[in-house]
Design a protein around this ligand. Sequence first.
Ligand SMILES: NC(=O)c1ccc[n+]([C@@H]2O[C@H](COP(=O)([O-])OP(=O)(O)OC[C@H]3O[C@@H](n4cnc5c(N)ncnc54)[C@H](OP(=O)(O)O)[C@@H]3O)[C@@H](O)[C@H]2O)c1
Length: 354
Amino acid sequence: MYFVIEISMSCSGVTPATSFAVVAGYHNGVRLRANVPRLGVRKRLVMTGGTSGIGRRVVERLLIEQPQWTIVILARPSPRADELQASSHPKRLTLIDTDLASLSSTDRACDEVLRRLDLQGIDALALNAGVQIVSDNASSVDGIELSFAVNFLAHFLIVERLKWHMRTAGRIVTTSSEVHDPDAFCLMGIGRARWQDPIALADPVRSQDHIASIVDRGEARYCASKLLNIMHARHLAHELPTIGVVAFNPSVVPGTKIARDRNWLQRLGWRHVMPPFAPILPGARSLEHSSSDLLWLLTEADVQSMSGNYVDGREVQSGSKESRDWVKIARAMEVGRTLISKRLHANEFAPTQD
Ligand SMILES: NC(=O)c1ccc[n+]([C@@H]2O[C@H](COP(=O)([O-])OP(=O)(O)OC[C@H]3O[C@@H](n4cnc5c(N)ncnc54)[C@H](OP(=O)(O)O)[C@@H]3O)[C@@H](O)[C@H]2O)c1
């Protein structure tokens, strides 16, 4: 009788994954055993927002717990990025220099991802990077309102460049938030957005300009970008029926760096006071909890069966009424495409300064 057992071997996530099928059995009463390299099990995650907070924890866990995965992170240079790279084997983790606040930087990073892809393609794409700017009318390198540019437009471009390289049954998970919905409870009392045409949302002055307070306006811009994330996921689910695309709500997760643009007292509370209480605060989740949910969506969940949905933790929810408005969704996608082609085109032909 012959039998096959599959095992994975790796050393604490710091060496390249080696996976073997152990084939064993008996022949003429002699036990035979062979380790056969198991082909085709390698998986690849491409992600943004892997250097800090929720995404960082996902990366750390994936490196340790699932040796068949290799990770490519699109990240800007920082001590966090250096530390992450130094702590893992270069064959398991690649960081590609990317400023999501620049379309040309993001575009170049996608070229680099494609250059490094072999025939295997991408199993999971995590669009997790995010900023919440509450101190001024900040704009990207391309002159686009910063939360719109980083949270939505850069991710839109990444998907446009990489979507045909997704493996069949692959998955795209974009990190959104409950604050996309004006009626949803949010522990932090974040001010919500009013719908504007996405051309106005992309404008650093006109975006949410009915709001006088710069803090409230910044919060509303953030909420609008998180609505666009869900609209993007719904659109992609229709466009790409062979893969699964969802928008993920991590809930309120204190302790991350998302509050970096707040005043010192708020940063202190967010970083150091709130985290121990997260498991018991209504509407909050611990970093461990939310990163487990995101890891599950990226590696285990049947995302195809949820495709096009807004997923709160691990539970499919309807999302706001606006997030299901197909006229607004189509308009948001049209504006995304137009802005990218105009800005990238403009940059390509802009005179260079020596
Ligand atoms: N924490 C929450 O309560 C909460 C709630 C709902 C939704 N979310 C969403 O969850 C996601 C992760 O947030 P988090 O709380 O983990 O925040 P975080 O700790 O601030 O992480 C944000 C990530 O985005 C990256 N990023 C920001 N701007 C970038 C740029 N221009 N170029 C490249 N990378 C950039 C950061 O890179 P650097 O390390 O270089 O800064 C970092 O890796 C975000 O999409 C956020 O909107 C968070």
